[in-house]
Structures are given as structure tokens and as C-alpha cells.
Design a protein around this ligand. Sequence first.
Ligand SMILES: C[S@@+](CC[C@H](N)C(=O)[O-])C[C@H]1O[C@@H](n2cnc3c(N)ncnc32)[C@H](O)[C@@H]1O
Length: 240
Amino acid sequence: MTQDSWEKHSNWWQREFTRGADPEYEEQILPLLKDLAVEGGRVIDIGCGEGQVARVLSLNSAQVFGVDPAWNQISEAARRSTQEVYGQASAMALPFKAGAFDAAVACLVFEHITALRQAIMEVSRVLIQGGTFIFLLNHPLLQTPGSGWVDDYMSDPPSHYWRVGHYLVQHESLEEVQLGVRIPFVHRPLSEYVNTLSENGLQLERMLEPSPPAGFLERNESYRAAAHIPRLLVLICRKR
Ligand SMILES: C[S@@+](CC[C@H](N)C(=O)[O-])C[C@H]1O[C@@H](n2cnc3c(N)ncnc32)[C@H](O)[C@@H]1O
């Protein structure tokens, strides 16, 4: 289901979120990955899409491999490649031997994957001991399904606040992100991610919760009030 949706909607993703179309990638995610300067001879980008993250990673790494199950994504990634290499594979079965990589990155991918445990086991398996895993997610606490602004005109004075949805309930949904574009999404509490990482030898070293970038806040009057509500979560882990 996930794979079919992404295959079908790769063009939507590439049009709306790559090559400068999306301020969160342009102003935040790609610069942040550049600053983190993920170093190492061999780096894997899991769920690489059309390769925008892999292209940034290749600025500091000798060899970057991008994998994604959607052919429409990796074929475009290969076309846009500067020097990275791409292959068709799922996070649940990475076609590499144990300890093949010095670092791994997954950017906004695991919230679309049902088999979290299997995918994290695979990340850990392909990393060398001491290797780094940079894990970027839509913030699972503050962007829980059902979250959003509430205008309460019954209170005195009227209030405007951010409601958090049912955070503790793991929940799979098919989200209509644009008319006719339905993408599977899995909400899990943050503890589910951190504990699964830890149980698979990936120790959390740093966590980043950046404020949304100016270009995003400027897109809509109602977004401006969201400056204090992070949309992105970055977990930086080391393999024990
Ligand atoms: C939101 S896009 C992110 C793409 C890229 N990481 C980026 O940041 O530009 C999610 C990507 O996850 C991929 N994906 C979906 N299921 C996957 C799986 N089981 N294993 C690896 N990637 C998967 C999709 O094909 C899609 O390219």
C-alpha cells in the first residue's frame, strides 16, 4: 500500500517538495543536514525519494547510496544525481551486508512505514559499530493526527490555541494531502521510536526541535502563530 501510493504520487512529491519548491526543505532540512556534516566513507540514505538529501550528503562523504522502493523516485534520483548511486529497495530489507555503512540517514520516511521494528533492525545491521544514524521525522508529538488550531470564542477573552490530537494512540491513516493524493501515515508516540532505536543498539545522542523556518511561517497568516510549535524532529543516534 505504502509503496503503491508513493509510486503513484512520486510526481506530486517531486513537484511540491523538491528543487526549491518547499521552504522547509530549502531553509531548514537541507541546510541542517549540510551543517551536521555527516561524514564517512559510505553513507546510506534510506527512503531517498528523488535524492535531494543524498545530494547534500555527497558534499561530505565519499560514497552515498540512496534506496527507495518507488521506481519513479529512484529513476528521477539517478537522473538528478551528482555522484550518488541509487537502488530500488525497502527499508525493511536493505540489500547490503552487515556493517556496510559509516552513517545512515532517513528523512521523513519512517512515518510512512508500518514495520518500524524491522526497518530499525535493518538500519542497525548495516551500520558499523560507532556509526551515526540521523533520523528526521514529522514531529510525532506536536503534529499528531487531529492536531491543529482552535479558535475558542466561548472563552472570555476568546482564545486561540494548538490542540494536540490523541498522542498516545498508535494510528494508521490514509491522509489526503492534496485533492486525489492519498499517502499512508503511521502515528506513533515518541517513546515508541526512541525505545525501538535503543533496543536495536542505536543510542540517542542529541535531539533537535527547530522552529519552523521563516519561509513556511510567511506562507499563510495562520502559520505565523505556529512559530513555537515544531514540525520537525531530528534524532541523532550512535550505534553501540
Ligand atoms: C516524504 S518522502 C521523503 C523522500 C526523501 N527522504 C526526502 O526527504 O526528500 C518519503 C519517501 O519514503 C519512501 N518510502 C515509502 N515506504 C518505504 C519503505 N518501506 N522503505 C523505504 N522508503 C520508503 C517513499 O517512496 C518516498 O520516496
